[in-house]
Design a protein around this ligand. Structure first.
Ligand SMILES: [Zn+2]
Length: 258
């Protein structure tokens, strides 16, 4: 559509090599600071590289309790074990997203005063989805599915997705997306906020077509994601990729009018 503009957009938003699924990102982030445990409610510990006021640490614990409950409800299963939440001042250079997580640790970008912002409630819900997938799903998920599902569940809280607003409704750069460049295997190189929403559009299409129970059954599979996908849905991810481009094209047309 406007390839030059889009290339600029990608370059501007993607200054470095890290995406949330990269190996080594956790070790690098842990090494960047000296972490101090600032609060702990028995199931979650809050860690920060500096002192944090008691009421601020408690509000993070409270966000975590709510998000654990909501995400467990979505998946129909509770999370297990203790979790560590790292309030991060400095992510490794080139990491542009607001957080990442694995089975035991959440890393979230925080304010200078460390107090959670309104959007952090949704960020924590998003990160807990990654924790759940890391704990319970044996199959390795590609970027588009992992970030798409986390963003979809985060979005449901805001009224996006099935039965709500379009997941790409307020994505400013959507008009500049060149559909010929929209691919699952390179989506991780796009600016995070845009790529997460686009991934969530794909996940919404899957949930609409197959329903949540079928999508959750994917988590019981082992082996390659592509094989598990074909076994679960009876089609390849290539077909979904085409429907995904159609959905994004429709949204672009809807915005520019007839
Ligand atoms: Zn994520």
């Amino acid at each position: 559509m406007r390839p030059a503009l889009f290339a600029l957009l990608v370059l501007a938003g993607c200054a470095g090599p890290w995406n949330p699924l990269d190996d080594g990102l956790e070790a690098k982030t842990l090494r960047t600071e000296r972490w101090v445990r600032v609060d702990d409610d028995g199931t979650t510990a809050i860690l920060a590289p500096r002192s944090v006021r008691g009421d601020v640490a408690s509000s993070w614990l409270s966000l975590m309790r709510d998000a654990r409950r909501d995400v467990a409800e979505w998946f129909g299963e509770p999370l297990s074990g203790r979790l560590n939440v790292h309030l991060v001042d400095r992510f490794p250079e080139g990491f542009e997203a607001d957080g990442f997580s694995n089975a035991e640790r959440l890393f979230v970008r925080c304010n200078p005063d460390a107090a959670p912002k309104a959007a952090d409630r949704d960020l924590i819900a998003h990160e807990i989805v990654h924790v759940f997938l890391a704990q319970r799903w044996k199959i390795k998920r590609p970027y588009w599915f992992e970030e798409g599902l986390a963003t979809y569940i985060e979005g449901e809280r805001l009224g996006y997705g099935v039965g709500g607003k379009s997941l790409s409704a307020d994505v400013v750069a959507l008009d500049m997306v060149d559909l010929s460049m929209l691919r699952f295997d390179t989506l991780h190189t796009w600016p995070p906020r845009l790529s997460y929403r686009l991934a969530a559009v794909a996940v919404a299409a899957v949930l609409e077509k197959w329903g949540k129970a079928r999508v959750l059954s994917l988590g019981t599979q082992t082996g390659s994601f592509e094989d598990a996908w074909a076994l679960t849905f009876g089609e390849t991810t290539k077909l979904l990729e085409e429907r995904w481009r159609d959905a994004v094209r429709l949204e672009q047309r809807r915005r520019t009018g007839p």
